[in-house]
Unconditional design. Structure first.
Length: 308
């Protein structure tokens, strides 16, 4: 296949900023990001990238939330009785919709791997696009957790799928985190961006799933791996140097991943410890503070109008 049909793939993943400095330009010299002209036609499959699996992540998380709320309907606490009016069919529809979208995107991405494998390689080699490789496996794990027991029974096959998806996340960790330590052009101080937090969320989701199937040691190891790299990423992004690469404007919503990681860590630690202890509460309030700071800094006029 010719190179003209391959290059636009990365341009769809991230729109390169024209204000990048010299050190940012040295990140991916072997994988240039070029914008196609209007006369060039792109195959449909090259427009499909791993970032689209965020749709499945959002629907899977919503289905898991509704499942958790429906499981507490019979409790005597007043807080949960307020959700008794929620129909259980809504949870089932959310889960089915998530599975349908995931199956469609997985099929299209498999076709892309077959017919445009060089485009997938360029996506995997990009310092931002590689983080999206976590999203399919995160969505699969969330949908497994949210699956109704009468559809997906908790048998050895369920445990095998959970272990397989978590193992893929671990392999991505070895690839991504290893580059931050050993590859000069991939040092974290140079390539750090908010999308890197997707890898942290992947480890935390894997830890929660491992706890559910009873593999507590693996859950603690995945949790510790995710939290250590979250602290490193948080400090690196917090004191980002002016010489580091600027984040593309089209990906600015990824800044909200800052509070997604500690909130997921709070849920994962609750699953590991078996109760919502002080550590989980600290992570929850940290995510709440980061959320308020993000919203307050991005939309100050909106917040003022809302308070008024």
């Amino acid at each position: 296949m010719d190179e003209v049909a391959i290059k636009p793939t990365i341009d769809i993943i991230v729109c390169a900023s024209t204000n990048n400095t010299t050190s940012a330009k040295n990140i991916d010299n072997s994988h240039p990001i070029t914008k196609p002209s209007h006369s060039q036609t792109q195959p449909f499959l090259t427009k499909i990238h791993a970032g689209y699996f965020f749709i499945c992540v959002s629907f899977g998380a919503q289905a898991l939330l509704w499942k958790s709320l429906s499981e507490h309907n019979n409790e005597s606490q007043t807080l949960w009785h307020g959700f008794n009016f929620m129909p259980s069919v809504a949870y089932l529809l959310l889960w089915c919709l998530a599975v349908l979208i995931a199956a469609t995107l997985s099929f299209l991405y498999m076709l892309k791997c077959i017919f445009h494998f060089n485009a997938v390689k360029d996506e995997f080699a990009h310092h931002i696009g590689v983080n999206y490789m976590y999203t399919p496996w995160i969505s699969y794990l969330l949908m497994l957790q949210a699956s109704p027991p009468w559809i997906v029974s908790r048998t050895c096959y369920y445990e095998f799928l959970c272990l397989a998806f978590c193992f893929v996340i671990f392999l991505l960790d070895v690839k991504l985190f290893g580059q931050w330590f050993t590859t000069e052009k991939r040092f974290l101080s140079v390539v750090a961006n908010p999308v890197n937090l997707v890898s942290v969320i992947g480890n935390l989701v894997a830890a929660q799933v491992m706890t559910e199937i009873g593999w507590n040691e693996i859950a603690i190891s995945m949790y510790s791996l995710g939290m250590v790299h979250y602290l490193i990423l948080f400090v690196t992004l917090y004191q980002r140097l002016t010489s580091s690469n600027q984040f593309p404007v089209v990906l600015r919503p990824a800044y909200f991943l800052f509070f997604a990681a500690p909130s997921m860590a709070s849920l994962a630690w609750k699953s590991i410890s078996g109760a919502f202890l002080i550590s989980s509460k600290m992570l929850f309030f940290l995510s709440l503070f980061l959320f308020i700071s993000q919203v307050g800094s991005k939309f100050p006029s909106y917040i003022f109008s809302l308070l008024f």
